[in-house]
Design a protein around this ligand. Sequence first.
Ligand SMILES: O=C(O)c1ccccc1NCC(=O)[C@H](O)[C@H](O)COP(=O)(O)O
Length: 260
Amino acid sequence: MTILDKIVARKKVEVAEAKIRVSLAELEGYPLFKRTCYSLQESAATAGRTGIIAEYKRASPSKGLINGTSTVQDVVKGYQDAGAIAISVLTDSDFFQGSLADLSAAREVLSIPLLRKEFIVDSYQIAEAKAYGADIILLIAACLSDEELTALAHYAKSLGLNILLEVHDEAELNRSLHLPVDAIGVNNRNLKDFVVTLDHSYSLVNKIPATVLKVSESGISDPKTIRELKEAGFQAFLIGENFMKTSDPAFAIQSFVKEI
Ligand SMILES: O=C(O)c1ccccc1NCC(=O)[C@H](O)[C@H](O)COP(=O)(O)O
């Protein structure tokens, strides 16, 4: 069983438990559920922004604890001030030490798009994302069948959410081309064995349609890499650990963006 299989199995249990605690009708009554989402593509096109989707990531399966001290609001506010186009907040607790409370805390201090970084296997999690203040949801092709991808994408769009569709290879990209998504991310990390290589981004960039935002995800730690990925055609860059592994992630992103 791969780590991705374990995460997905755990998600199905969590979702079943969450549905008992809070019904869909209750989520639909949360104040944030009715808000209009910020557009990821518009944010990326705003002058002065960097293309970086900066992630609040306390821990991960591959690295264990990354940062146990920096608070979510301080970090995401710093990311926004440094010119991030969007903020990613992990909401998985068992593998990443995140929570929905982190997501809503981030919403309180942000005026740019907010991504619920989660392993979505059920439309209930999309309703939760909206209810807790997200503008963007992640759909991971490796976790979902064609039917599930289609149903989840259409439900997210019906709530006015942006969709970041994540792929790892050409087969996953081809399965996703018909979906109504705003961005396609190439994950440089193989979620089954943790191997990270930018070769995935370079081999897929020209196969991603020009109508969606092209995002390179994971393993980015050098401003030179951003310049090279931009040259190849990427418009956005999802970065977590490189900032979060420092004692001051807000300072780390400020120094980083000066060099891109
Ligand atoms: O980060 C992991 O170890 C991981 C393991 C299994 C599934 C997903 C995982 N990470 C999620 C992500 O996609 C990253 O948090 C994100 O792309 C940022 O990556 P990085 O800049 O390398 O922290």
